[in-house]
Design a protein around this ligand. Structure first.
Ligand code: FVH
Length: 294
């Protein structure tokens, strides 16, 4: 660092699992003074060798910096690690994956202890951290002031997307995107199961499947969002529900013929059928969203 280089914000990081270790590396590489703590102290040896200060307790780690980032297994481990620690005047950024309700409760808990609170949902896996071209980012919600003040420091490991003052919103966005991901993975599993056992090379099949998912998903997602917002589920429908439900016996019979269970795809077809039976044959699939709401 030269005399003209602005000082980097000191960071304390609690948690050196796979994700915490990746985060630590990026802040160290960017020149941030870093204090780390991990329940199993041996995991602090690698970042310490790269210049981090290894704290012996969460209390001393928290005392070392105003900005305290937590990346532990779950909400219980956050409660355990910070139990009895003085958080007065601290800026607590919790990147641990939790439910929205846990995030809101943790925000209230932190504020009662005199800290500002920002919750985060990491949309990346460890190899994407510190690699901007990998496209990883973190959803943040909670104190906007805290976010704006530390935006640059938070942007070091991955991109940032602030989604609102409600501390639960980062977790909600995180879980919503991951839920969609698992739905797509379920669809891919169904497709691979159908071809498995035949003389079809799964590696040759993969780009067809991937290209199809990509081509269909974007327009479907954007179209559904527009319908949910406008409340108009029938204008400009390309493939209506009546036609799509009429096709489902073919998919189920093919699965049966290939020896594939309908347990993944059957429930979705069931929802489509319910919506059709309710008189929505001219819609597309947006109405399924409303059926899922309890
Ligand atoms: N790794 C991933 O792909 C995903 C990507 C998206 C975000 N997740 C979430 O990030 C949180 C941390 O994940 P991680 O990958 O670092 O997880 P682990 O490698 O399993 O490390 C867990 C750390 O938590 C510590 N820990 C566990 N229980 C306690 C406890 N009761 N008290 C204090 N610390 C605890 C553990 O310590 P140790 O086992 O080394 O002693 C690790 O530091 C997580 O929410 C993901 O869902 C990652």
């Amino acid at each position: 660092m030269t005399a003209n280089t602005p000082a980097r914000t000191p960071v304390t990081l609690l948690g050196l699992g796979a994700m915490g270790t990746a985060l630590a590396r990026t802040w160290l590489a960017a020149g941030h003074p870093l204090t780390v703590w991990n329940r199993t102290p041996a995991r602090a040896e690698a970042p310490a060798a790269e210049g981090a200060k290894a704290a012996e307790s969460t209390a001393s780690a928290v005392a070392a910096s105003t900005l305290v980032v937590v990346c532990l297994l779950d909400d219980d481990s956050v409660g355990t690690a910070l139990d009895g620690v003085d958080l007065t005047g601290k800026d607590l950024v919790n990147l641990t994956t939790t439910t929205p309700a846990q995030a809101r409760a943790r925000a209230a808990w932190a504020e009662e202890r005199g800290a500002r609170y920002l919750d985060g949902g990491i949309m990346a896996v460890p190899p994407m951290i510190g690699v901007p071209e990998a496209g990883g980012y973190v959803f943040y919600s909670g104190s906007r002031e805290l976010f704006e003040q530390h935006r640059q420091t938070l942007a070091v490991p991955a991109g940032t997307a602030y989604v609102g003052e409600d501390a639960g919103f980062a977790a909600l966005h995180d879980v919503a995107l991951l839920s969609a991901m698992y739905g797509m993975f379920a669809g891919a599993a169904q497709a691979f199961a159908l071809i498995r056992g035949e003389d079809i090379d799964p590696v040759a099949f993969a780009p067809l499947l991937s290209g199809w998912i990509t081509a269909m998903t974007g327009p479907h997602v954007l179209g559904t969002a527009a319908r949910l917002k406008s409340g108009d589920y029938t204008t400009d429908v390309v493939s209506n529900l009546a036609m799509q439900v009429a096709g489902t016996p073919t998919f189920l019979a093919t699965a049966e013929g290939q020896g594939v269970s309908p347990e993944l795809i059957g429930p979705y077809f069931g929802l489509m059928r319910r919506r059709l039976d309710a008189g929505s044959g001219e819609e597309d699939l947006a109405g399924v969203v409303d059926l899922l709401r309890r």
